[in-house]
Structure formats: C-alpha cells, structure tokens
Design a binder for this molecule. Sequence first.
Ligand SMILES: Nc1ncnc2c1ncn2[C@@H]1O[C@H](COP(=O)(O)OP(=O)(O)OP(=O)(O)O)[C@@H](O)[C@H]1O
Ligand SMILES: [Mg+2]
Length: 253
Amino acid sequence: MDSQMKEIDLFLGIGLDDIHMLGICGMGGIGKTTLAKFVLDKISYQFDGSCFLANVREVSLTQGLVALRQQLISKLLIERNINIWDVDGGCNEIGRRLQCKRVVVILDDADQLEQLQALAGMHDWFRLGSRIIITTRDQHVLVRHGVDNVHMVDGLSHEEALQLFCWKAFRKGHPTDGYLELSVQMVSHAVGLPLALEVLGSFLFGRSEAEWKDALDRLKKVPDRRIFEILKNKLRWAAGTSEENISGCCLFL
Ligand SMILES: Nc1ncnc2c1ncn2[C@@H]1O[C@H](COP(=O)(O)OP(=O)(O)OP(=O)(O)O)[C@@H](O)[C@H]1O
Ligand SMILES: [Mg+2]
C-alpha cells in the first residue's frame, strides 16, 4: 500500500488549488477497493467532507443513479432526506450545495460513463481543491470521462504474496515447518492477485500435507487464467459469508 501511495500522492497533488480526478484501475480482485479505502483514510482529514460510494456498478443497477446521487450528497453534506428526484434535475442541486466545500469523493467499482457523469459529471460541481477518485476494471471508462491521471494497481510481489497467503493458510506471516516449498508453489499460481491468495490460503488452512499436494496437482491442470475466473466467481457467490464458506468455495480444487 505504501509503495502505491507514492504515485497516488503525486497524482492527487493535495494542496494544489484545482479539481483533480484520479482513476484507480486493475483486474477484479487486485485490490482497487482496498487501496481506495486506504487512500481515503489517509487523506480525508484534509477535506471539509468525504464520501466513499461503494459498489457503484451494482447499486446503479439495483437502486438507480438517483439513489446513488442522493447517497453521495447526503454523505458529503451530512444531511438526511435530501430530495433529488431525477438525475438531470439533480445537477444544479449538487452544484449549489457542494460548491462551498472542499471534498474528497470515491466512486468505487464504476463501469459506465453515465455513472461518472451522474456522480462526478463536471469539474465545476466541486469546490477548488476537491479530489475525485474512481475505481474501475475498465480503463476505457476513465479515458472517456477525462480523468486527470490513472494509477494502475499491480499485483503483489512474491514476498508480499507469500506473506498474505501465509496469514490465511497458517494464521502467521511465514509457513509452518515443512510447508515452505508447497506454499511457494501455491503462491506461484496466484501470480500476485490478493483475492486468489486469500481464497487459496483460506481453503488450505488446517489441511494435511497430502491434501495440499492433491490440491496442487489439481491446480496444475487448470490454466492460470481459468483459475482467476473460477476464484472470482466463487468468491462473488460467497460475498458476505463466513471464512468457512469462502474456503468452501474452493471445492473446485
Ligand atoms: N495490498 C493488499 N494486501 C493484502 N490484502 C489485500 C491487498 N489488496 C487487496 N487485498 C485483499 O484482496 C481482496 C480483493 O481486494 P479488493 O476487493 O480491493 O479488489 P478489487 O480490485 O476492488 O476487486 P473488484 O474489481 O472485484 O471490485 C480483499 O479481500 C482484500 O482484503
Ligand atoms: Mg472493488
């Protein structure tokens, strides 16, 4: 996180008296939402208001853009029951109320230009000095919206990946005696993707060496790209459930 913060700090240009829009981009499970929350936590004290708008893609489908916009303004102005009854009609309302506050807004997991237009449509909605951060899997959406900078999230280094895997598989930052080689092999299949490391590690927690070897043999037969798809779909299915259930998702192994 700290290494990624260096580029983000540079892109955000905190303190500069302009409006900056920053995109955080990368594949599913790479850590965009985690990074955005970390950034907000680090910088929000410097603003008059902040809002983390979660799951924009999903919420815009289930509740619509008006509900999201209402949520955004309510959070920024710390006011309940703000009534904005349609997406277009809300534009002036947003502008009028926000222009006196320097805010930081995170739009998490956006995938359509309309979402960005409805929630962060124009630079002059926000007071100078405000910052808008958008996380997405689709870089093209960011380009079309005209964000100022894009930070691409990289996978974890081998050392970081091994450490995360071990926290899940052994509840500590390094492998239990006799499991180093097996752990290294497991980690190589996740190629730095935190979500894959968490799912694999959780699945293997408390299992015998024979079960590890069996799982590894099965993993070797599945091409890497396919592993990601399976892990992501399974985890999405289990979202919000317990650790045991997430481990259970790995039954495909
Ligand atoms: N740097 C990290 N260190 C440890 N764990 C991480 C890190 N980044 C992400 N994770 C973990 O990986 C999982 C996936 O991360 P996250 O939800 O942020 O991915 P995402 O890129 O937002 O995915 P999606 O596109 O599906 O929304 C989370 O459980 C998170 O805790
Ligand atoms: Mg996310």
